[in-house]
Design a protein around this ligand. Structure first.
Ligand code: NDP
Length: 299
């Protein structure tokens, strides 16, 4: 399953609908990204989100704050963005420095601008089957698009196993699959006989953070396998860096080659779930702008 290509088509659609909204109402979707500190990986994520937003025709605002920013100062910025009518999506890059309570900041975001889908109101909407009114967290939303591309809207009669129970991936993924009528199992670090549990899955989602943990024997013949994991591992075959350490490469939670032999469809890493996540963030922001304009939000 080509997440890169699928994400491109989503971004093209978002760009079209942004033009249509502007032409009809004069409104431009606005996305604000806030980053505290200079963690290199977070800087890359935030930079690419801001860039994509501009490419979609959005107003894009980036707040880069020093690592020593106080919780009160960050909450004030969130409050100002909540009140800013030109901003429809607010994204605070996690994790935040120690002196700031992540939860407090996320709950301070207006749920109607919470395009990451982490606010308790949105979590509750999804858990009570009202996902259409919610912002769905971008990674599980992207996984659902790819699963539906393969298997259709209704997953009745299919067994889905999700390995991982985090609030940002595993749990919302389970809710979405349940809402689509799959029979859902959530596995985690305390699950016994994990390989056997997974081998029963028509849909297998791995969101663990352990390189290539899901080997071929975890995969049922004909399963759809979605690999959320992003793990950097040493790749001495690519040569050495200037400091003498080996170069690295990205791998997923699934041993791709082994799993691909059995799966009906599988997402690669990189180029699978990662690009879909950013596509869904733009789709959520567009949806928020349509709602603010009093128009029916695009699906
Ligand atoms: P977390 O660390 O929050 O959760 C990992 C989950 O995996 C936990 O529920 C944990 O169980 C479970 N787990 C850990 N070890 C095992 C094991 N040996 N067997 C079974 N389950 C295990 O991770 P996230 O959900 O935030 O992320 C998961 C992966 O997805 C990471 O690689 C991350 O980088 C990637 N990711 C990718 C995104 C993308 O856009 N592609 C976006 C977000 C994340 P327990 O709860 O019992 O500890």
């Amino acid at each position: 399953m080509d997440g890169k290509g699928r994400s491109k088509s989503i971004l093209e659609e978002v760009t079209e609908k942004t033009k249509a909204l502007k032409a009809e109402t004069g409104m431009q979707p606005g996305l604000a990204v806030v980053i505290v500190g200079s963690d290199p990986a977070s800087q890359v994520y935030v930079g690419s989100k801001a860039k994509r937003a501009e490419e979609c025709g959005f107003k894009s605002v980036k707040h880069e704050l020093p690592a020593e920013t106080s919780e009160a100062d960050l909450l004030k910025i969130v409050d100002d963005l909540n009140k800013d009518d030109t901003i429809h999506g607010i994204l605070v890059q996690l994790p935040l420095p120690k002196q700031i309570d992540d939860g407090k900041v996320i709950q301070a975001i207006d749920p109607d601008k919470d395009v990451d889908g982490f606010h308790l109101v949105n979590v509750g909407r999804i858990a009570t089957g009202a996902a259409d009114e919610a912002f769905v967290p971008c990674t599980p939303a992207g996984c659902m698009v790819m699963i539906r591309d393969m298997l259709g809207e209704d997953l009745s009669g299919l067994n889905a196993v999700i390995v991982g129970r985090s609030n940002i991936v595993g749990k919302p993924m389970a809710q979405l699959l349940l809402a689509a009528n799959a029979t859902v199992t959530i596995a985690h670090s305390r699950t016994k006989n994990l390989a056997a549990v997974c081998a029963n899955a028509d849909i297998l989602v791995a969101a663990v953070g352990r390189p290539e943990m899901v080997t071929g024997d975890y995969v049922k013949e004909g399963a759809v396998v979605v690999d959320v994991g992003i793990n950097r591992v040493d790749a001495p075959e690519k040569g050495m860096k200037e400091d003498g350490s080996p170069k690295t490469r990205l791998v997923g939670d699934v041993a791709y080659d082994e799993a691909a032999k059995k799966a009906k469809a599988i997402t690669p890493v990189p180029g699978g779930v990662g690009p879909m996540t950013i596509g869904m963030l733009m789709a959520n922001t567009l949806r928020s702008a349509y709602r603010a304009a009093g128009k029916e939000a695009p699906k």
